[in-house]
Design a protein around this ligand. Structure first.
Ligand SMILES: Nc1ncnc2c1ncn2[C@@H]1O[C@H](COP(=O)(O)OP(=O)(O)OP(=O)(O)O)[C@@H](O)[C@H]1O
Ligand SMILES: [Mg+2]
Length: 318
């Protein structure tokens, strides 16, 4: 079976990794939710993770790279509106939308709003694009939700239907595996990659076994880990218009005691991600943060100087 498996080469990844590496380094831990299959729950999980990390006291920036749908950004705008309307203390992650399909635009938002953040969460669009690739290339942690169906899994890998042997990478599997290999080749630590089933329905136990088997094969060949995943629950979508998650309801005294309806799947995912601690940075991290801030300030000031140079001003005084 080993000899029959192949990773399709994806051109252009060496330049992409070198480009990302040449940008100002960031201090925050970057968690990217990506799968080029649409509708698998990237925005839903990114939103719940961003809110859970903010509720735990971390400074969080959430970047939405899907400028047409803006699901994550909208949810966080709704959250700020709820906070203002009800006058309650809701932890609100900062949020931004990247609306130019360029690596530079992504780094601009990370530099502009992310320098004092502990975590930057990026919601990638549900299709392949230069921006989606840049987001994956910048990940410290990569989360790929998959719906438990072989149509969805085909984006990661191709299986022989008779033997269930994994025969080749799918387009997304090849892209991420290629980026990981390229990072290693250029001396950069590959992203910690977690595959998560989402929208699991309990009555499909037999089919789940085949999906689990397929995921295990994918994880072992592609160098990913497998998380416990999420069940299909109305709870993950019903509070979207208010930008709330179920644990937030306890912070709204007017609602009285609310029975928790969402199990601890979000907390479990965060634990499985093995993230750096939410709390204050260590002295070593503080030193690195100061350096990152100085570097970002220089890049920002240089960009500003380029803008005002034609009119004299800053450049003349610099
Ligand atoms: N665990 C879940 N239980 C119930 N509904 C869910 C769950 N996860 C996601 N959904 C719903 O599935 C749909 C798709 O989710 P979402 O928009 O988060 O996917 P996406 O991967 O971001 O999609 P796209 O690729 O279009 O950006 C939404 O209606 C969302 O509310
Ligand atoms: Mg989305």
């Amino acid at each position: 079976m080993d000899t029959a498996f192949s990773v399709q080469p994806v051109p252009g990844l060496s330049q992409l990794v070198a480009d990302v590496q040449s940008r100002p380094q960031r201090d925050a831990h970057v968690i990217v939710f990506a799968n080029e299959k649409g509708g698998v729950g990237k925005s839903t999980l990114a939103f719940h993770a961003a809110v859970a990390l903010a509720n735990a006291g971390a400074a969080v920036l959430a970047i939405d790279c899907d400028s047409r749908q803006r699901s994550l950004h909208m949810a966080l705008e709704n959250r700020r509106a709820t906070k203002t309307c009800l006058g309650i203390a809701l932890a609100c992650p900062r949020s931004a939308v990247v609306d130019r399909a360029a690596t530079a635009a992504l780094f601009q938002e990370m530099g502009r709003l992310g320098t004092r953040c502990r975590f930057i969460l990026i919601d990638a669009p549900g299709h392949d694009s230069p921006l989606a690739r840049a987001a994956i290339a910048v990940a410290d942690t990569l989360v790929t939700p998959v719906n438990p169906s072989f149509i969805d899994l085909a984006h990661l890998g191709r299986f022989n239907p008779a033997t269930m042997a994994l025969t080749a990478t799918g387009p997304f599997g090849a892209l991420v595996a290629g980026l990981q290999q390229e990072r290693e080749r250029q001396g950069i630590r590959p992203a910690d990659w977690l595959l998560l089933k989402n929208r699991v329905r309990p009555h499909e136990a037999r089919q789940q076994e085949r999906v689990d088997q397929a995921l295990a094969a994918l994880a072992s060949k592609l160098g990913a880990r497998i998380g416990s995943g999420f069940a299909e629950r109305v709870g993950y979508r019903e509070l979207f218009a208010f930008g709330l998650t179920h644990p937030d309801l306890d912070r709204i005294p007017q609602l009285g005691a609310v029975k928790p309806r969402e199990p601890q799947e979000v907390d479990r995912m965060l634990a499985e991600l093995r993230l750096p601690p939410v709390g204050l940075p260590t002295p070593r991290e503080q030193a690195s943060r100061a350096w990152v801030q100085a570097q970002t300030r220089t890049a920002y000031l240089n960009a500003l100087k380029d803008h005002v140079a034609p009119h004299g001003g800053l450049r003349a005084r610099a």
